[in-house]
Design a protein around this ligand. Structure first.
Ligand SMILES: C[S@@+](CC[C@H](N)C(=O)[O-])C[C@H]1O[C@@H](n2cnc3c(N)ncnc32)[C@H](O)[C@@H]1O
Length: 309
C-alpha cells in the first residue's frame, strides 16, 4: 500500500503548505495501490469505451440540470446541516475504495474512501491558503454550486467575507440557508450567468476571485467573463480549470484526458487567452501548475493564479 505524504504534495506544488493543510493531509490518510498491467489495460479500455459512448456535453442547455442537482443537496442539507450534504453528488460515483483514479501521472487503485474528492479539495485548500492571506477582505467564488468550498475556506480566515455566485438559483438558496443558520458568518450569494455577464455587478476592493471547475462548463465562451474580471480589477484570481494545451498528447493518460475534455466540450483555450492578456501587459500570471490527479477519465484540474495589472 502506498500513501500520499505532505512531501509528495509539497514537491508537486513547489511550496510548503500551511500547518492546517498538513493536518488535513494526515487526517485524509490517502492510500492507494499501483495497478497491474492487466488492470491498467482495463482502465484504458474503460476510457476508450467512454469516449465511444454518448457522453453529455456541457453548455447553456444544462442550467436545469444544475438547478436540480443543487436542489437535491439543498433538501438534504436543510435536514442535516452537515457539510457532507454540501459535497456535490458527482463525487459519489467515484467514492468507493478500489476505484481507479489518477495520481502522479498514472492510474492507481484507491484504498481510501472519497479519494478523488479528498485529493482535489486538498489541493484547492493548499493553494488558496498559500495565495490568499488575512489581508484580503473578500473571496468571490464564481460557479460555486453548493458553496462547500467557501464553507471550508471560512475555517481558515476569521475576518473574510465570502460571496458565492452561480447561475442556479438553488445555489443561492443553499448559501442563504448557510447564512441564516450562522454556519458561516459572512457569506452572501448572487445570481451570475457566464453566458450573460452582468457587467454592473461590482467586485469589492481587496478581493480574490476563484473558480473551481465552473469555467469548465462553458467551453470556449470564457472571454467575456475573463474580460469582466480584468475590468473589475480584483486583487487576485485563482482558477482550477481544464486546459488541454498544458497536457502532453504524446502521453497516453494525457491523450485520454484531452479527448474526454473535447468530447464533453470542456473549457479550452483559457491559458492561451491569459497569456495573450499577459503579453498586452493587462495581467500577470503568477503561478501555474498541473495537479497530476483526477478521475479515471480526466485529470482535474490545473491551477492558474494571476493578477490584473
Ligand atoms: C462542476 S460544478 C463546480 C461547482 C463547485 N465550484 C465545485 O468546486 O465543485 C460547475 C458549476 O458551474 C455552474 N455553472 C455552469 N454554467 C454556468 C454559467 N453559465 N454561469 C454560472 N455558473 C455556471 C454550475 O451551476 C455548477 O455550480
Amino acid at each position: 500500500m502506498l500513501s500520499i505524504t505532505t512531501k509528495d504534495i509539497e514537491n508537486l506544488l513547489g511550496f510548503q503548505v500551511t500547518n492546517q493543510c498538513k493536518e488535513l493531509i494526515e487526517n485524509f490518510s490517502l492510500q492507494y495501490h499501483s495497478l497491474s498491467d492487466g488492470e491498467r489495460d482495463q482502465a484504458v479500455i474503460e476510457c476508450i469505451d467512454k469516449l465511444l459512448s454518448n457522453v453529455s456535453q456541457v453548455g447553456s442547455h444544462r442550467q436545469e440540470v444544475w438547478e436540480n442537482g443543487w436542489n437535491e443537496n439543498l433538501q438534504n442539507f436543510i435536514l442535516t446541516k452537515e457539510y457532507e450534504d454540501l459535497i456535490p453528488k458527482y463525487f459519489e460515483k467515484q467514492s468507493a475504495i478500489d476505484c481507479v483514479a489518477r495520481w502522479n501521472n498514472n492510474f492507481i487503485k484507491t484504498k481510501t474512501e472519497n479519494f478523488i474528492y479528498k485529493i482535489f479539495t486538498l489541493f484547492v485548500d493548499c493553494i488558496i491558503t498559500k495565495f490568499i492571506n488575512e489581508e484580503f477582505d473578500n473571496i468571490y467564488e464564481f460557479g460555486c454550486g453548493t458553496g462547500y468550498n467557501l464553507v471550508r475556506f471560512s475555517k481558515y480566515y476569521e475576518k473574510m467575507s465570502f460571496i458565492g455566485l452561480d447561475w442556479a438559483k438553488s445555489s443561492q438558496e443553499i448559501i442563504r440557508f448557510i447564512s441564516e443558520q450562522n454556519i458561516v458568518k459572512n457569506i452572501d450569494s448572487h445570481n451570475f450567468n457566464y453566458f450573460d455577464i452582468d457587467s454592473k455587478y461590482e467586485i469589492k476592493p481587496n478581493s480574490a476571485v476563484i473558480t473551481c471547475c465552473s469555467l469548465e462548463q462553458i467551453g470556449d465562451s470564457f472571454k467575456d467573463v475573463v474580460d469582466y474580471w480584468v475590468s473589475k480589477k480584483p486583487k487576485l484570481c485563482i482558477n482550477f480549470e481544464n486546459e488541454n494545451s498544458i497536457f502532453d498528447d504524446s502521453s497516453l493518460l494525457d491523450k485520454l484526458s484531452i479527448e474526454y475534455a473535447k468530447k464533453r466540450k470542456y473549457l479550452d483555450g483559457f491559458y492561451s487567452y491569459l497569456k495573450e492578456l499577459e503579453s498586452k501587459n493587462l495581467i500577470q500570471i503568477i503561478y501555474q501548475k498541473r495537479l497530476y490527479s483526477g478521475n479515471i477519465f480526466h485529470e482535474a484540474y490545473p491551477v492558474f493564479v494571476w493578477k490584473v495589472l
